[in-house]
Design a protein around this ligand. Structure first.
Ligand code: ADP
Length: 239
């Protein structure tokens, strides 16, 4: 008889939300930002998250990023219930398995591209030489090997977002959570960033969950999850 722990059992999905509800406030002033989200994200998926403002996208991304916990329902990461983990284990999950990319790049302005990319490794206590080598490799992966000594103000918006992506992948995360990564870029630069994310997904197998308002950018993903009034629906495969 197969049991869940038998070696032949299929591994659990990378990410699973089961009936996730998030309520803000209490009593009459309370509001449900998420009203029961069920979704599965498999290893190697590239998911676009779309939906009108206020539909619950950020709330859901905060839960996926271990910045917030559901009011009820379950968030399972590789079959482990994240809400049941103590805070320090959740922080470890965040630091070791997740990478984050934001609309506004969020780089340290007076610090070189290389040092920006090294930062997550500093938090891990990695020795300097090893850190430099890893950060250089990440910069090369995003096509900025020659720009390591430059500060963000010496780089274009597209290049700054590449540095931010290098910083997000320098820890070899399983999942990249991207919040409107092309929102501050013109469409040509936006497409370059999407091509880079597509390559990371295809060549490094990094699972990507990306919020976007732009259908052209969502087309790069293999499927779209649409939020509406705190509920989510997946359209299956785009391709
Ligand atoms: P989206 O990212 O799709 O714009 P959000 O997840 O930010 O949507 O918001 C969903 C709903 O939850 C909105 O009605 C918003 O006003 C509300 N909301 C979000 N964060 C908070 C909060 N910290 N306190 C109270 N209400 C919030």
């Amino acid at each position: 008889m197969k049991t869940p722990s038998s070696p032949t059992a299929a591994p659990p999905p990378l990410i699973e939300l089961q009936g996730v509800v998030k309520t803000y406030g209490q009593g009459q002033a309370s509001m449900q930002a998420l009203r029961g989200i069920d979704l599965r994200i498999e290893r190697g998926d590239f998911v676009a998250v779309m939906g009108p403002s206020g539909s619950g996208k950020s709330t859901c991304m905060n839960i996926l990023g271990c910045l917030d916990t559901p009011t009820s329902g379950c968030y399972l990461f590789e079959g482990v219930e994240v809400g049941a983990l103590p805070r320090n284990r959740r922080a470890l999950l965040r630091r070791h398995y997740l990478g984050f990319v934001f609309q506004g790049f969020n780089l340290l302005n007076r610090t070189s591209a290389l040092e920006n990319v090294e930062l997550p490794l500093v938090y891990r206590g990695m020795p300097a030489q090893q850190r430099h080598a890893r950060a250089m490799r990440a910069l090369e992966t995003v096509g900025l090997g020659g720009w390591a000594g430059h500060t963000p103000s010496e780089l274009s918006g597209g290049q700054q977002q590449r540095v931010a992506i290098a910083r997000a992948i320098v820890t070899d995360p399983k999942v990249l959570l991207a919040d409107e990564p092309t929102g501050n870029l013109d469409s040509a630069r936006g497409i370059e960033i999407m091509e880079l994310l597509t390559a990371l997904n295809r060549d490094k197998g990094i699972t990507i969950v990306m919020v976007t308002h732009e259908p052209d950018m969502a087309d790069f993903a293999s499927r779209t999850i649409r939020f509406r009034d705190g509920l989510a629906q997946s359209n299956g495969r785009n391709v």
